[in-house]
Design a protein. Structure first.
Length: 395
């Protein structure tokens, strides 16, 4: 009995000590000043695409963390990034600054040298420093899933892609879309039109219309407006939304979409900054490359709707012969691949060899998975891709 009482006393002391530590930590957290985070967007918040998706992420973390204060500036060109950072640091006392465009990379690195006590995170870049980390929400896996659906739904075997700039990110999206298309429809082609702009509704509408007149009946795109969706629907074509849910703009023509969940990344970063895991001295090797598995990307026409019900029957009736699962419906294949890429142990990726480019050059050997660096720097085009391809390697 005495022995049991001793164990009970020790247990109670351990529990009491634990509660004291937790309570003390909570008090310290409550007494801390708010963490201030500034966001610099390349486009307008109401572009419905890229910058809007980032701002949805900002609103998410501000709602989740009571100790967080956020602010932003939109439409910031690369040439204005440093002056905006000056304002954030000197006038807003920013502790953390997020810059969200590839063109913001060099100005961010330059400003970080000047403000060594401030923490910076740059989206889509590769340059880091002691006080600069990098992050990205990758969408190529969801583009592949959209490609599976597009290959099954097309009646003309001609599909279109309206592209912004010929960056590796956009080329990665286009190729992944093409890989999915080709897997279920080897006869289909993907015709690309370049806008050389991130936000260009009139240009996107014109390019979509031109491809429709050339026979295209389905579209994906990288442009930050619903112009492609709306133009496609007006002409009886289907499409897939980009970066942000856009179902409401074309409820009949939107099949699904590849949507970024920047809030997942922002939540992880800001939590670690607030609790001292990330500091202005240890970010040189911090690089977020978050995909479906981490919840930074999702497949959806709108929240709660992965695939527009209007297209489910057609996708369920279309079948494809697969190497590992035998014959199955395209709908089931989409869901199976989604499950494989979201799993803790990812068992599938679109970029698995053997894979050649459209010049016949082998890019991936049998069973070889593309590495992060290979995907990050991709320049080659998939064989079904038609049209100009700036920067295409000739090796």
């Amino acid at each position: 009995m005495l022995k049991n009482k001793c164990y009970m006393t020790v247990s109670l002391l351990v529990i009491a000590s634990f509660l004291l530590i937790v309570f003390s930590g909570a008090v310290v957290a409550q007494e801390r000043e708010k963490l201030k985070a500034g966001f610099i967007y390349v486009g307008p918040v109401e572009d419905y695409g890229y910058s809007k998706a980032h701002d949805v992420g900002r609103e998410h973390v501000e709602e989740v963390f009571p100790w967080l204060e956020t602010f932003y500036v939109e439409n910031v060109a690369p040439s204005d990034v440093e002056s905006t950072i000056d304002q954030f640091v000197n006038n807003r006392d920013a502790d953390v600054i997020f810059t969200t465009s590839y063109g913001h990379m060099d100005p961010t690195i330059s400003a970080a040298e000047k403000y060594s006590d401030t923490i910076f995170f740059h989206c889509s870049g590769y340059k880091r420093a002691d006080n600069v980390g990098t992050y990205f929400s990758g969408l190529y896996q969801t583009y592949y899933l959209s490609g599976l659906m597009a290959g099954a739904l097309t009646e003309t075997d001609k599909l279109g892609y309206i592209a912004a700039f010929p960056t590796p990110e956009v080329k990665r999206h286009i190729n992944a879309f093409a890989i999915g298309i080709h897997e279920v429809n080897p006869d289909a082609t993907l015709n690309v039109r370049w806008l050389n702009a991130w936000v260009d509704p009139s240009g996107a509408k014109e390019a979509t219309q031109a491809l429709i007149e050339a026979g295209a009946d389905g579209f994906a795109y990288t442009e930050d407006s619903p112009a492609v969706l709306q133009t496609a629907e007006e002409n009886g074509a289907f499409s897939f939304a980009h970066y942000n849910p856009m179902y409401r703009f074309a409820e009949e023509g939107t099949v699904s979409g590849q949507v970024s969940k920047w809030g997942a990344i922002y939540q992880d970063i800001l939590y670690k900054v607030y609790y001292g895991i990330y500091t202005n001295e240890n970010l040189k090797n911090v690089d977020y490359w978050w995909l479906l598995k981490e919840g930074a990307a999702v497949l959806q026409a709108k929240p709660g709707m992965k695939i527009n019900p209007e297209y489910e029957d057609e996708l369920k009736s279309a079948t494809v012969e697969t190497d590992y699962f035998g014959e199955m419906s395209v709908y089931d294949l989409v869901m199976k691949r989604l499950e494989q890429m979201k799993a803790d142990r990812v068992t599938f990726d679109p970029y698995i060899g053997p894979m050649d480019d459209r010049q016949g050059i082998q890019r991936l050997k049998q069973g070889e998975w593309a590495t992060h660096d290979e995907l990050w720097q991709i320049q080659w085009a998939h064989p079904i891709v038609k049209g100009p391809w700036p920067g295409e390697p000739k090796e």
